[in-house]
Ligand binder design. Structure first.
Ligand SMILES: C[S@@+](CC[C@H](N)C(=O)[O-])C[C@H]1O[C@@H](n2cnc3c(N)ncnc32)[C@H](O)[C@@H]1O
Length: 171
């Protein structure tokens, strides 16, 4: 979860945070400190930062992101935050799990989850506006905000109404 979301409004509005691609757990830790009631995160690589497992509301799964999302979406009955960041270390977004991940989330019966997609610059350089189109086709009420930490837009936030982004501070 990008640093700019260190604003508690997000965890006040949503109880549950799902992240694909835990890596070292940097973003999961931010989500835990933000105060989400439960933080679920998965990676195909085993978690090295075992310290995170000390948090009783942290649920790590050594799993691919598609299996992880299928499993959790089946029982999910509340609007939640999804941070999608599972990908190999390459510049081939065509083969990244993001497309299947997004398909699963958008097919869910709840049509207004809060979706954060990392590496937007890489994805949109190959597929301009494709993420926005797919998401809008599912729910026209989404608002899109791009955040930049370097020169490019690194993160795309797809925010359902009612919006809280005015209150999220950009650093
Ligand atoms: C850029 S890192 C994630 C960084 C992390 N989200 C953070 O904010 O610190 C991408 C991670 O995705 C994982 N990954 C790659 N393919 C995956 C897949 N199909 N399912 C789950 N994780 C995957 C990699 O092992 C890697 O740890």
């Amino acid at each position: 979860m990008p640093t700019l979301f260190k604003n508690k409004l997000l965890s006040q509005k949503y109880d549950l945070y799902f992240e694909t691609g835990t890596a070292g757990g940097r973003s999961s830790k931010i989500a835990l400190n933000l105060g989400f009631k439960k933080v679920f995160s998965c990676d195909i690589v085993k978690l090295k930062n075992k310290h995170l497992l000390d948090y009783e509301n942290f649920f790590y799964e050594n799993s691919d992101s598609v299996s992880f999302l299928k499993k959790h979406l089946k029982n999910l009955n509340q609007e939640s935050v999804f941070f999608l960041d599972a990908h190999p270390n390459d510049f081939q977004p065509k083969d990244w799990p993001i497309w299947d991940e997004l398909g699963l989330i958008l097919d869910h019966h709840i049509k207004n989850h809060f979706i954060i997609i990392d590496d937007y610059d890489i994805i949109s350089s190959k597929f301009p506006k494709k993420l926005e189109t797919i998401i809008s086709n599912s729910n026209k009420g989404y608002n899109f905000i791009g955040y930049s930490f370097n020169r490019f837009i690194d993160v795309l936030v797809a925010e359902p109404e009612p919006f809280i982004h005015d209150f999220i501070k950009v650093r």
